[in-house]
Write a protein that binds this ligand. Structure first.
Ligand SMILES: O=C(O)CCC(=O)C(=O)O
Length: 209
């Protein structure tokens, strides 16, 4: 892997992308997540090329992001349970709205929360979030559990990346110029968190529809 610059300053990672350390209440979110995962369990989705995704996922909100051989999209119905996705807990939506406002994006009202579950050894390759209708709306990404190295490249997949080491409770908001920047998560190192155990949970809030 090429060396990448490690971001260690406060707030602005790159134009439009704001880092809010220790912004989220991890215990409260952990509690609120349990009934969501009972209703719509974590599962390993397939990429459009038929490969299993590294992370397990689920969703809550009126729209849920899915991936299968037909491609990437939002659905109102969970294909696993054939029921609507569970409601987004109020503590989730209020956190996402507060974080967006804090980062300078007023009026954000998420309708989708993608839940990404990482265990040590899993990762997320560089990608853009571009399945949403309105790219003027930011994305709020909440890190819970064990640490992970998040990286952002820019509008093209190729280029120098900037890395940010994210810990439990950290939030990254990306909108404006960075809304469609390529980003991802490096392979997780082994660790254990007192509440989340040997895993990292990422909640990604979006206005999908
Ligand atoms: O896990 C993360 O911090 C990033 C998740 C992500 O990039 C995504 O869901 O699109």
């Amino acid at each position: 892997m090429k060396t990448e610059a490690l971001f260690n300053e406060s707030r602005v990672i790159c134009p439009g992308m704001v880092y809010l350390p220790s912004f989220a209440d991890s215990d409260q979110l952990h509690q609120a997540l349990q009934p969501v995962l009972t209703a719509s369990p974590l599962r390993q989705m397939q990429t459009s090329r038929g490969f299993p995704m590294s992370v397990r996922t689920s969703n809550c909100g009126t729209a849920g992001w899915i991936s299968d051989r037909k491609g990437y999209r939002y659905t109102a119905i969970d294909p696993l349970t054939e029921q609507p996705w569970p409601d987004m807990p109020e503590v989730f939506s209020s956190l996402a709205m507060r974080a967006a406002t804090e980062a300078g994006y007023d009026g954000f009202r998420p309708d989708a929360c993608l839940i990404n579950y990482y265990v040590p050894g899993t990762q997320m390759g560089a990608h853009q979030d571009k399945d949403e209708r309105d790219f003027d709306q930011p994305i709020v990404s909440v890190s819970l559990g064990i640490d992970a190295r998040f990286f952002v490249i820019g509008p093209e997949r190729k280029g120098t990346s900037t890395a940010v080491d994210l810990s439990d409770g950290d939030v990254v908001v990306f909108g404006g110029a960075s809304r469609k920047f390529y980003h991802g998560v490096r392979k997780l190192k082994s660790a254990t968190h007192a509440v989340w155990g040997e895993c990292r949970c990422n909640l990604t809030f979006r206005k999908a529809l």
